[in-house]
Design a protein. Structure first.
Length: 225
C-alpha cells in the first residue's frame, strides 16, 4: 500500500550537502507493524517524514494505494494526511492553551458530521486519561501527555500511524504503555504502524524490522510470532 521507489533525500547543497537517504526502495503492507532502528543520524526520521509526505524527496516516488503522493502540493498533502495518516512524535506537540479534550479533537473538530463520540470515549478510556479531559497539558505527566497525543492520533481513524521515537522522553513504564496502546490499536483496527525506536525490546514487538544505516535501508528477518 505504501511503495517507496528509489528515494533519495539530500539536504542542503554544495559543500554542506548531506545525503540522508540514498536510493531507498520499500514496500509496506496495509497492516504491517514495522520497527525502524539505526544509529542517530542514520536517516530514520527522514525516512518517516518522506514516507508520510511531511517532507518531499529529492528524487524518487512514494506511492500510496496507486496514487503518487510525492508530487502533491503542500495543501493537497496536508489534506491527504489528515484523511489517512496520524503522527506521534517524541515531543508531544500538544497545544498548551487547550485542555486535553480540546487537544484530542483538534484535528477532527471541523468534520462535517462531527467526530466519532463513541470512539472518543473508547480511546480516552483505553489510554487512561478519561479523568484528565479538563486538565491542561502542563498539569499532566510526560506519559499522560503522550497518551493524549495518541488519542488525538487515533481519533482521526488513521490508516497508517507514524511514530518517531514516541517514547524518547518517557520512562520505561510509560514507554511500555505507549507501545502497548499503539500496537494493540493497530492490530485490532487492521491499521499500519511504522515506528522508530532505539530500544531492542520495543523493536521486537514489530512484525518487520528495517535498519537504517548511512541512508540505506536493510530489512532483517525477525522470528515469526
Ligand atoms: N533539515 C535538515 N537539514 C540538513 N541536514 C539534515 C536535516 N535534517 C536531517 N539532516 C541530516 O540528515 C541525516 C539524517 O538525519 P535524521 O533522518 O534526522 O536521522 P535519525 O532520525 O536517524 O537520527 C543527519 O546527518 C542529519 O544531520
Ligand atoms: Mg530521528
Amino acid at each position: 500500500m505504501i511503495t517507496a521507489k528509489n528515494i533519495t533525500k539530500i539536504y542542503g547543497a554544495g559543500k554542506t550537502a548531506c545525503t540522508a537517504l540514498n536510493d531507498v526502495s520499500l514496500t509496506i503492507g496495509n497492516t504491517d507493524i514495522i520497527a525502524i532502528t539505526g544509529q542517530s543520524g542514520s536517516g530514520k526520521s527522514t525516512l518517516i517524514n518522506v514516507l508520510s509526505t511531511l517532507d518531499t524527496p529529492t528524487d524518487g516516488t512514494v506511492i500510496y494505494n496507486k496514487k503518487d503522493i510525492t508530487r502533491l502540493s503542500e495543501n493537497q498533502r496536508a489534506e491527504f494526511r489528515l484523511k489517512n495518516f496520524s503522527f506521534v512524535f517524541q515531543d508531544f506537540y500538544l497545544v498548551s492553551t487547550l485542555n486535553v479534550h480540546e487537544n484530542i479533537i483538534l484535528p477532527v473538530q471541523y468534520k462535517e458530521k462531527g467526530y466519532d463520540k463513541e470512539l472518543f470515549e473508547k480511546i480516552v478510556t483505553e489510554c487512561g486519561i478519561k479523568d484528565k479531559l479538563l486538565n491542561y497539558p502542563h498539569e499532566l505527566s510526560g506519559g499522560e501527555q503522550q497518551r493524549v497525543a495518541i488519542c488525538r492520533a487515533l481519533l482521526i481513524k488513521p490508516k497508517v500511524i507514524f511514530a518517531d521515537e514516541p517514547t524518547g522522553n518517557l520512562d520505561s513504564f510509560n514507554s511500555g504503555k505507549v507501545f502497548e496502546l499503539l500496537i494493540s490499536y493497530a492490530k485490532s483496527n487492521s491499521c499500519c504502524l511504522i515506528y522508530v525506536t532505539h530500544e531492542e525490546k520495543y523493536a521486537l514487538l514489530a512484525d518487520r524490522r528495517i535498519i537504517v544505516s548511512d541512508g540505506k535501508c536493510e530489512e532483517i528477518t525477525v522470528n515469526e510470532k
